[in-house]
Design a protein around this ligand. Structure first.
Ligand code: HEM
Length: 132
């Protein structure tokens, strides 16, 4: 048991840190930008997705236990209320969840178990934002 606490990794570390998060986030927005199935979700976003690639990657880093830059730059900002101004339906939430599941399956962490857990919790977060 000795030393076990020191071996405990954050989810951020276990999934491969910034490199994995950037790959997943870029794949997610590439899918959103190119797949007709996500057109409705895409239309809700600004034409230039570059700021969102930065913002979501930075949020996910802090959210998973890594560097907290996004949280320091957005003090007190709650992700659920930040989306309160968008008309998020079950349909667009499901598009978000599916694109994220695909992005994680395509280029997420090496561990299948960790990837599945990540996809599940992010999908639940997204579905919780639907207001219809
Ligand atoms: C449920 C479906 C979702 C929809 C339809 C949606 C839609 C949006 C839209 C339209 C924006 C503004 C984008 C822009 O200005 O171009 C945004 C921002 C953002 N979303 Fe979502 N979103 C969803 C779920 C999520 C989830 C589950 C997360 C986090 C795990 C998330 C994280 C973010 C972040 C970090 C920002 C930028 C906020 C900032 O840095 O100020 N979104 N979202």
């Amino acid at each position: 048991m000795a030393g076990q606490a020191n071996e405990t990794k954050t989810a951020f570390e276990a999934m491969g840190g910034h490199d994995t998060i950037r790959r997943v986030v870029n794949r997610f927005y590439d899918l959103m930008d190119s797949e007709p199935a996500y057109a409705e979700l895409r239309a809700m976003h600004a034409p230039d997705l570059a700021p969102m690639r930065e913002s979501l990657a930075s949020f996910l880093a802090g959210w998973s236990g890594g560097p907290r830059d996004w949280f320091e730059q957005n003090p007190g900002k709650c992700m659920m209320s930040a989306h309160g101004g968008f008309a998020i339906s079950q349909k667009t939430a499901a598009q978000w969840a599916e694109a994220m599941q695909r992005a994680i399956a395509d280029c997420g962490p090496e561990s299948r178990e960790l990837g599945d857990a990540l996809a599940k919790i992010l999908s639940q977060l997204a579905m919780g934002m639907a207001r219809d």
